[in-house]
Design a protein around this ligand. Structure first.
Ligand SMILES: Cc1cc2nc3c(=O)[nH]c(=O)nc-3n(C[C@H](O)[C@H](O)[C@H](O)COP(=O)(O)OP(=O)(O)OC[C@H]3O[C@@H](n4cnc5c(N)ncnc54)[C@H](O)[C@@H]3O)c2cc1C
Length: 285
């Protein structure tokens, strides 16, 4: 099937893009970024936007660099930009490890980091990364610019707090201290499929014990989130197999997993236990 008819707009500046969005959003106008989620749903006619505001020609949205101790990722930055570390230290390594789990190579050359955040699939690796690391999202509309904390940004399955005329112009990830350890693990049925459950962990060691633990779980609930119970099980402990198992058990006990045609709620809970333990084991490898 082909998409239903729509009007196409190609702004050249962010200002032009938000002005267009203000005009067309009330008539089901949508942003077109990499098109890797939007275009398939249009082809199936599950989405029939009246207007598309294509941001691919907005050069200023291609920003990718460090400012004020944060990695700034503009709305035009593709997944593939992270195939190699974009910044020295653990953050660059973490992003280049995680990106390999997103879809397949051709999709990664078009799909964007911010498009994934705006699309808010519960199983998106970037949504999990943003929530776990404490990203900031920068939304802009004709009314102004606002900063939204990652833990306030997602609002359920494929829903965010962005207004319909608001463009996510960039996301900012805090840099990680040089001694930060990280581990990521996801379970999906086939390589390139969306995760059924995944976990991302970061922490530092001080005097041989874990400090500043962050444990994020994605794919299991309607939106990714940090699991404080698992973080409490890690804080102040030595990074041993026993402690990792206790944290994984705490994560499994804390989630309220979704059930769908891929996995029952109980299977997902088991997977949360496994992916959390394996992410922690990878952090110590
Ligand atoms: C076969 C297949 C497998 C996939 N597997 C995975 C996977 O394993 N993990 C994963 O995370 N993703 C996966 N994806 C999705 C892919 O990563 C998409 O690139 C991503 O979800 C959306 O990014 P995009 O730039 O393509 O956005 P688009 O498809 O252009 O847009 C998606 C939605 O977000 C909105 N939007 C986009 N950018 C902005 C913005 N800057 N501001 C406001 N709204 C915006 C659009 O209006 C639209 O509603 C897969 C896709 C396919 C086709």
């Amino acid at each position: 099937m082909k998409p239903a008819a729509f009007r196409y707009h190609a702004p050249k500046t962010t200002q032009e893009a938000v002005a267009l969005l203000a005009e067309v959003a009330p008539n089901d106008g949508r942003v077109l970024a990499g098109g890797q989620s939007l275009v398939p749903t249009m082809a199936f006619r599950m989405a029939r936007p009246g207007h598309l505001v294509d941001i691919n020609g907005v050069a200023e949205l291609a920003r990718l660099g460090v400012e004020n101790e944060r990695l700034v990722i503009g709305a035009g930055v593709r997944h593939a930009a992270f195939h190699r570390p974009v910044v020295a230290g653990p953050l660059g390594q973490l992003l280049s490890f995680v990106v390999r789990h997103i879809a397949h190579y051709p999709i990664r050359t078009r799909g964007t980091f911010c498009g994934s955040l705006a699309h808010a699939d519960p199983a998106s690796e970037w949504c999990l990364t943003a929530v776990t690391l404490g990203a900031e999202m920068i939304g802009r509309s004709v009314k102004g610019t606002r900063v939204i904390a990652a833990d306030q940004f997602f609002d359920g399955i494929m829903t965010t707090v962005l207004a319909e005329d608001e463009l996510l112009i960039e996301s900012r990830l805090p840099l990680l201290a040089a001694d930060t350890r990280f581990g990521f693990y996801e379970f999906s049925r086939r390589a390139g499929d969306y995760a059924i459950a995944m976990a991302l962990v970061t922490y530092r060691l001080e005097g041989g014990t874990i400090v500043e633990p962050r444990v994020g779980v994605g794919g299991a609930e309607p939106q990714p989130r940090r699991i404080l119970e698992a973080e409490q099980a890690l804080a102040g402990q030595a990074p041993t197999a026993h402690v990792f198992r206790a944290a994984a058990e705490a994560a499994a006990g804390a989630v309220d997993p979704m059930a769908d045609n891929q996995a029952s709620s109980e299977f997902r809970r088991d997977l949360v236990r496994t992916v959390t333990r394996r992410a922690l084991e990878r952090s110590a490898a």
